[in-house]
Design a protein around this ligand. Structure first.
Ligand SMILES: CC(C)(COP(=O)(O)OP(=O)(O)OC[C@H]1O[C@@H](n2cnc3c(N)ncnc32)[C@H](O)[C@@H]1OP(=O)(O)O)[C@@H](O)C(=O)NCCC(=O)NCCS
Length: 268
């Protein structure tokens, strides 16, 4: 586990932050805040947050923009999550008209773009005036090749079928598929979903109980953890959290003072 207090680690961009519980940080753009462990496998994450045990499948580039991944989220390859929208009712929908150099520094290195684009002192960028955060719930599972529109909330435990186009919020534990994505069915009965959402098992450290349950058995496992919670045996999962930024080809990691989710209340 990481050290207490703030920690600054400077590494070559090609190296992994394994000691800090991160695998595959080479695709980080802007910044990433994460709880350990996070397995992001080189996919492109721009200004995202990732809860503990976030898992990206390998072999294909997923791009995520300002997406908040819950704990145990599972992301298929080749997906595009929360990309920016262009204003379609402006004189031009092209970035020169609505973005700002700080958001697209690369493009404004090109002199001709800089000549046409806004000055730094121009007002707020379009992206600052519309919802731009996208949320993937705890234990949500996004199938390969999916598109999730910016601003959408995928509920806890929900599933997005492969190659789906998600344009609206998805309720917890729903399975959606298609373009546009529609509910195919629920993962479990209403009463089981209700109990799962009440338990919120992702808040706790399940590791001590891994040999005491059979994860194939939904109701028995749920009842077991409900009992453990009732008798105070479940301990909160309070993983170390970090903020990683890319600067001049290096990844700089800094330890945060609290987990991203369910931080324990400070003792007074
Ligand atoms: C959505 C999914 C989870 C549903 O699996 P399932 O419960 O076994 O569902 P079924 O195959 O019984 O299909 C149920 C219905 O949804 C449709 N459906 C399933 N997946 C679909 C998809 N991705 N897009 C559109 N429709 C889909 C089926 O055609 C079927 O329609 P019907 O009732 O009209 O015949 C699965 O099909 C899927 O897409 N998995 C993603 C796999 C993946 O991307 N893995 C990456 C791992 S990181």
């Amino acid at each position: 586990m990481g050290n207490e207090g703030n920690l600054a680690v400077t590494l070559d961009s090609g190296r992994e932050l394994i000691d800090e519980g991160l695998f595959g940080g080479t695709g980080i753009a802007g910044s990433l805040q994460y709880e350990r462990p996070a397995y992001i496998y080189g996919h492109r994450l721009k200004d995202c947050t990732a809860g503990a045990f976030t898992y990206f499948n390998a072999a294909g580039q997923t791009s995520a923009y300002r997406v908040h991944f819950g704990r145990y989220s599972q992301i298929g390859e080749g997906s595009v999550l929360g990309p920016p929208e262009h204003p379609m009712d402006w004189f031009s929908s092209h970035p020169f008209a609505f973005t700002r150099p700080k958001y697209m520094p690369n493009i404004y290195q090109l002199e001709d773009f800089a000549r046409l684009g806004p000055d730094e002192k121009a007002g707020p960028s379009y992206v600052d005036t519309v919802p731009h955060e996208t949320f993937i719930g705890h234990e949500a599972y996004i199938g390969a090749g999916s598109f999730v529109k910016r601003g959408v909330r995928i509920g806890d435990g929900a599933v997005v079928g492969a190659c789906s186009v998600v344009t609206k919020d998805v309720p917890p534990y729903a399975i959606v598929a298609g373009s546009p994505a529609r509910i195919v069915r629920m993962r479990f009965s209403e009463s089981i979903v209700e109990r799962l959402l009440k338990l919120q098992w992702w808040r706790y450290d399940l590791a001590p109980f891994k040999n005491a349950v059979d994860f194939q058995q939904v109701e028995a496992t749920l009842a077991f953890f409900e009992e453990q919670l009732a008798c105070g045996a479940l301990q909160p999962l309070q993983p170390p959290a970090y903020r990683v930024v890319r600067r001049q080809g290096m990844l700089i990691a800094e330890r945060l003072s609290r987990p991203l989710h369910f931080a324990a209340a400070a003792k007074v």
